[in-house]
Design a binder for this molecule. Structure first.
Ligand SMILES: O=C(O)CCCC[C@@H]1SC[C@@H]2NC(=O)N[C@@H]21
Length: 202
């Protein structure tokens, strides 16, 4: 953790390095709107990279959620996920299933969808405290994010739609463990590399 503890100076998430926050209110709002729109578009794309499985599809959403949390920080990261859910609630087909609307927000994957907001918050919070500087610490931050998403997805499957603990574990956790580790490793490799590139171009 020496890499993290050496930082007494303020630590900025990747988005703030690539596109520093503006001082004016309008410029600041425009920056936030553009980043949120970009983030929700990436989420929609990642939802469509989907492998159908019983109850819950395999998708790339968690990779994008956690990278957005790490890149944007907790405020903009969780705001992006709230905007993503709002787009879906308004009927845009941004989720893994073919349709948007309120049904997916109370369907089998609702727990994961809400988990995206919590995970972007947690991963962004940790990234803002320097956990995004090294692969190892970012892997840990993203693993915590993954656990949050899977735990909320599992809880909803087990108790919200009444599958019970054993079935929810079987369809909501087991199929995703290996892929989550791979996505975690990918995100934890890409983000510090992107930070280094962004820093060099400053
Ligand atoms: O309906 C949606 O758009 C949400 C789908 C959620 C899929 C979950 S996220 C965690 C786990 N990992 C995956 O690849 N799929 C499930």
């Amino acid at each position: 953790m020496s890499d993290r503890s050496s930082a007494a100076a303020p630590h900025f998430p990747l988005a703030a390095i690539v596109w520093p926050a503006q001082s004016g209110e309008v410029a600041g709002a425009l920056r936030a709107v553009v980043l949120v729109a970009l983030g929700t578009a990436l989420m929609a794309l990642s939802a469509k990279v989907s492998l159908p499985l019983p109850y819950v599809p395999m998708t790339l959403q968690t990779l994008v959620v956690l990278m957005i949390g790490a890149a944007y920080g907790w405020r903009l990261g969780s705001a992006t996920m709230i905007a993503y859910l709002a787009e879906g609630a308004m009927g845009l087909p941004v989720f893994a299933g073919p349709v948007g609307g309120l049904a997916p927000l109370v369907g089998p994957t609702a727990g994961y969808l809400l988990g995206f907001v919590a995970a972007a918050f947690v991963t962004g919070f940790l990234a803002e405290r320097g956990w995004d500087r090294s692969m190892t610490w970012l892997f840990a931050a993203m693993a915590i994010g993954h656990i949050v998403i899977l735990a909320m997805g599992f809880a909803w499957l087990a108790f919200g739609i009444g599958l019970g603990v054993a079935k929810a574990w079987q369809v909501g956790i087991v199929p995703f463990i290996a892929a989550s580790l791979i996505k975690n490793a990918l995100g934890a490799t890409l983000m510090p590399a992107a930070r280094r590139v962004a820093r060099r171009r400053q």
